[in-house]
Design a protein around this ligand. Sequence first.
Ligand code: NAD
Length: 471
Amino acid sequence: MNREYNLIIGRQAVAGAEGTFNVLNPATEQPVAASPQASLEQLNQAVEAAQTAFESWKLSTHAERQRMINKIADQLEKRADELAAIIVQEQGKPMFLAKAEVGGAIAWTRATAALEVPVEVIEDSDSKRIEMHRKPLGVVGSITPWNWPLMIAVWHIMPALRAGNTVVCKPSELTPLNTLILGEIINEVAPAGLVNIITGESRLGSAMTAHPDIQKIVFTGSIPTGQAIMANAAPTLKRLTLELGGNDAGIVLPDADLDAIAMPIFQTSFLNMGQTCAALKRLYVHESQYDALCERLVAIAEQQNVGNGAEEGVTFGPVQNSKQLNIVNELVEDARDNGAQILTGGAPAEGSGYFYPPTIVAEISDGVRLVDEEQFGPVLPVIRYSDVEDAVRRANANSNGLGGSVWSSDIEQAQRIAARLECGTAWINNHAEILPHAPFGGCKMSGFGVEFGLEGLLEYTSPQVININKG
Ligand code: NAD
């Protein structure tokens, strides 16, 4: 166990009124540190601090907001190694990926600072001028998951601040420590109360979604929690951005170049040990290439060095928590019972830590849980098809709609098929690429609202029309 962690309420480091809870290292199952357990009263104090800060922050100029967010990016750079180290310890990903997460968080912070909030002139005639302005909403409640904890907190907090809001953030109770450090870093440069961090279990999240003084909830997490949030937010008519689960399909067309696509398919399916919302989670492969692609994917899976992400040379870490490990295990066992072939992997590793090797499952089809449900872990079902139309139909026959992909040497044909996929982003010869300037979000049960780019920023505002009568 290393340093002490505190809540951040109104720029003060505060102990949890309800004590602490242990955060475990998924590679060792040993405690990393104790995180403060906030009380509901402390949540109220955090909201009050954010509300008070909003009274002046809403009047800040765009240039002031941009300057402050860039200063946060500077501070993040100074503490990048510390952040990467704690992400490895509490989240489990290998160091190279934790560094990429911190680098991404810094890049997103700067990209968000650079966004301009437009004033739209709707009419400018002899008789009138009508302008549409964008006003901040007030206190934004951010609730984050455990897979990319720092990056997702930055995705929520920075656009909220850029648009003139203030924030109360509740990270996942499984990975709260990096967000507490993020809060410290922000509070080195931000006015008191601008960003408050409270940690604890779902009860706090639930109270946030019903809180009368929180104007918007931005939530990234599972579909059942998204549904609970929407129901809970109804009485106060909160604005919502819900980035929920996915079960992204990838379709490999008969003409695809296997040498070119095998590695990116593996990487985007197993990104962060498969614990990525927009990872490729169901792979449909034409029968003419099925065996050859499976063989290549198995070879790449078997090259991975599975182990503690803090150790040199490890390319593949543990699953983040025992509940998720059990889900992955259960889905693979169910697939096996239904006649699927486990080409590599297929069982948790012996000993301590939540390790599960990269697993490729073949001879499986729709109707089996591993295909129909989100696995959110290191296992990829590979499904054989003979007719492209049938593959498109099966890809769309799922209640999720986050991402999708088409893999082919014929870009035009791939584009025609991509346009028919029911998802928020359709990639061609790639998957899971998320960028600060491209709006990202889901359709169907994967949620609504987008993040990133101008469209993402505008979700943290409400329009106000100014109608000037010149007569
Ligand atoms: P989760 O829904 O269990 O928890 C996410 C957060 O919600 C945690 O902070 C938790 O404490 C809080 N929470 C739980 N119950 C709550 C309630 N009733 N009210 C308010 N808050 C509550 O999700 P998870 O297991 O941490 O994350 C995995 C899921 O997140 C996967 O389904 C994954 O696909 C999804 N995800 C989606 C995206 C995206 O951008 N679409 C990104 C990452 C993860």
